[in-house]
Design a protein around this ligand. Sequence first.
Ligand code: HPA
Length: 280
Amino acid sequence: MSESGIAEYELVEKAAAYIAERTGRRADLALILGSGLGAWADTISDAVAVPYDEIPGFHMSSVAGHAGRLVLGRAGTVDVVAMQGRVHAYEGVSAAQVVRPLRTMWKLGAGTAIVTNASGGLDPQLAPGSLVLIRDHINLSGNTPLTGPNDERFGARFPDMTHTWTPELRAVARRAAARINVAVHEGVYAGVAGPSYETPAEVQMLRRAGGDLVGMSTVLEAIAASHLRMRLLGISCVTNHAAGIVDEALNHEDVQRVAAEARGNFQRLIDAIIEELGTT
Ligand code: HPA
């Protein structure tokens, strides 16, 4: 049950119906564009944008670098719906509210999602500006969108997470990256609650636990995507070495600046991936 006492599924249906009615669009591919990465949505053709605060049940992000609108249109030959910015659990919303937009995009027809974020590099080899395909994740957020009675209309009570991050989509992304000559790495994303950055001791722990990247988003969306049986690709832009790896204090302005600097490669990679998807 949602905060309003209405089943979450009905809220998702209502949001999707509002968007479909207002824009006349549906979508095959959903994109969630994270911190500093939202500009790609401005390249969508034949685009209609809807601000989150006009969509029933959606929440505005209060975080700088998250525009807060949904953009529907076409990228190449593919019908897309993109989130320019997302809301995070640390902003004070529930896990179900965090994933409501993803579920809404699924309801609009999207069977595949590309989820992006800014992250800190736990692997010292990951220099700021690196683009990393998410191979797997560790959910350390203490949260999940699947708490409460299961609604079979979304998915099964105990969803399998073995292939949450779809191997075939990573292969597509690697092929696209090679074609346009953009370097991509692969790694495990450790999802934490935030909003404080990690301590150096936490960074050491996350590294030993098997993480290559750390960030404050994405894992709740990945769990919801698995539940929905969506195909999922994750692209992380490493904006900084995680705390204590180099002796520098972290701040959100630097995160946004580095994400913006990586924008050219990031956007070309998204375009190339969509091109491959459109032809496969
Ligand atoms: N930690 C957590 N989240 C982040 C970081 C980080 O170092 N950089 C960008 N998002």
